[in-house]
Design a protein around this ligand. Sequence first.
Ligand SMILES: *Cc1c(COP(=O)(O)O)cnc(C)c1O
Length: 235
Amino acid sequence: MKQASQNTIAQNLQSIREQIHQAELQYGREPGSVQLLAVSKTRPIEDIQSALTADQHSFGENYLQDALPKIAATSEAAVEWHFIGPIQSNKTRLIAEHFDWVHTIERLKIARRLSEQRNPTLEPLNICIQVNTSAEASKSGIAPEETLPLAKQIAALPNLCLRGLMTIPAAATEFEQQRQPFRLLRELKDDLQTEGIELDTLSMGMSNDMQAAIAEGSTMVRIGTAIFGARLPRK
Ligand SMILES: *Cc1c(COP(=O)(O)O)cnc(C)c1O
């Protein structure tokens, strides 16, 4: 399988970290307030090991079957695993057992199952609600106006810790256009906080719109291509 060289991954990570730092300065964000999540979907274990060597310790995966061997292969290292793909209800047990974060919650039923299946002796599973900020029927995520009731219900579940909101906006190339859905997500988080729901995470921004997301308050950017190169076909 094709893997990127250790050097390339280390250099890409360095460059992304610098870009995050620059964007924090440019948009008046506190230095260090934006975390980098490396999205390793379709990438081989060797690429994850290269990133680990370059001091990257949190990874996002979209497909459970692909993720499990990667999690097993790195069990000796301190790695934080984030599930960022669509969730079928028959997959919740393994997700609850093996991940630290889930970013793609849009239904109470899935959250309930994760809560029931999370071993209470582990740290609570960190949760983000995925919001559809582009009002397109094809995009996943809950409608903004349905977020508050879902957040209240999730916040009451044991073994989960509701951390924030996540979005994948429709593709846009103009910077101002890219900012709009991110602004909507930030305002939604503020509204929820006004309602007494404590949140500290805005999971937003990918390789093509990271700066716009940071300008609007992202606390976690999810970067794949800019670290590992073009996505590989799934086996
Ligand atoms: C693939 C993916 C990313 C990373 O996208 P890039 O454009 O490769 O940076 C981020 N978030 C989610 C949910 C993804 O599926």
